[in-house]
Design a protein around this ligand. Structure first.
Ligand SMILES: Nc1ncnc2c1ncn2[C@@H]1O[C@H](COP(=O)(O)OP(=O)(O)OP(=O)(O)O)[C@@H](O)[C@H]1O
Length: 298
């Protein structure tokens, strides 16, 4: 999925102003930003539900205006309501038909089971709790074997267990090569599942990149005993070293591929150091997001 220069005005208010980004197959992109930043407007333009004033959208190789572009796209809207007189299984079957897809009944049942609704398949949606309706919405987004899945606040009504389920579902979609666009205010959720993040503010992209790019240099904190001069020198060789009592913090170079810390720990053990704890440290996405928004609103 690719979009470029998206712009949308409602009356005199510019909701989206020149937004461009891409989501590749097997990639999870998080969309973050404060209320009114334009996230939902961007999603609706991507899906052809709102016509952009300017800009282009390419979905799975087709122009966004092409109705066939939507066929392989699954969408969970922010505000969801399903026909209360239908059962969960009927809602799913209806959406399979609307998507013009063929999905065997057994696979539809599996999809309901995936979102934790196996036992409620035959119950009318009118009697569902909000979280159960959101789970059904997720099943609707997933049932027609989409290649791109767009989830707008997918866990807003879910309990903590449901949130973990959604995280696992997103990760399994990524493994199957599906592209996922996730709009969520739960920064921890975004940080855990997203490969890249786009931060919107007042209709513009305020920052974007991989988590490593956005969160910058990482450090590792070690609690050690029996540290001699050789061990200190070994740690200093990795990066800037700070010591507070038994706690050592070592800055890691940006190009670390993940092998530096295990190598360091093995060498420290070899030098007779007792390693009590090894803990990665980096600023959280929340801190970074707040920093970016403060820069934008001095
Ligand atoms: N149909 C509409 N008519 C008029 N203004 C609109 C419409 N839809 C969105 N807007 C305006 O566009 C701006 C962006 O709204 P949008 O819903 O895209 O933000 P958001 O980032 O999704 O916010 P939230 O986090 O609160 O869901 C807001 O100022 C909003 O008032």
């Amino acid at each position: 999925m690719w979009c470029s220069g998206l712009r949308k005005r409602y009356g005199r208010r510019t909701a989206v102003d020149g937004v461009s980004f891409t989501v590749g197959r097997g990639e999870v992109l998080g969309l973050l930003g404060p209320n009114g930043a334009g996230k939902t407007s961007v999603i609706k333009m991507l899906l052809g539900l709102v016509r952009p004033d300017a800009g282009e959208v390419l979905l799975l190789g087709r122009r966004g205006r092409d109705p066939r572009a939507r066929e392989r796209v699954g969408y969970l809207p922010e505000l969801f309501r399903y026909q209360p007189w239908l059962t969960a299984a009927e809602v799913l079957a209806l959406h399979v038909r609307l998507a013009g897809a063929r999905v065997p009944a057994e696979e539809q049942r599996q999809c309901l089971a995936l979102v934790g609704l196996a036992e409620r398949a035959g119950d009318r949606v009118g009697g569902f709790s909000k979280g159960m309706q959101q789970r059904l919405g997720l099943a609707v987004a997933l049932v027609a074997r989409p290649e791109l899945v767009v989830l707008d606040e997918p866990t807003s009504a879910l309990d903590p267990l449901g949130r973990v389920d959604v995280r696992d579902i997103v990760l399994s979609l990524r493994e199957r090569g599906v592209a996922v666009l996730l709009n969520s205010h739960l920064i921890g959720e975004v940080e855990r599942v997203c490969d890249r993040v786009v931060i919107l503010d007042r209709g513009r992209v305020a920052a974007s990149g991989t988590l490593a790019e956005l969160l910058g240099q990482r450090e590792v904190r070690l609690r050690l005993g029996g540290v001699g001069a050789a061990a200190e020198a070994r740690m200093s060789a990795v990066g800037a070293l700070h010591r507070t009592g038994e706690e050592f913090t070592v800055a890691l170079p940006a190009d670390d591929d993940g092998s530096l810390v295990p190598g360091l720990v093995a060498d420290l053990v070899g030098l007779g150091v007792r390693v009590h704890a090894v803990e990665p440290v980096r600023i959280s996405l929340e801190e970074r997001l707040l920093g970016i928004l403060r820069e934008e609103h001095p």
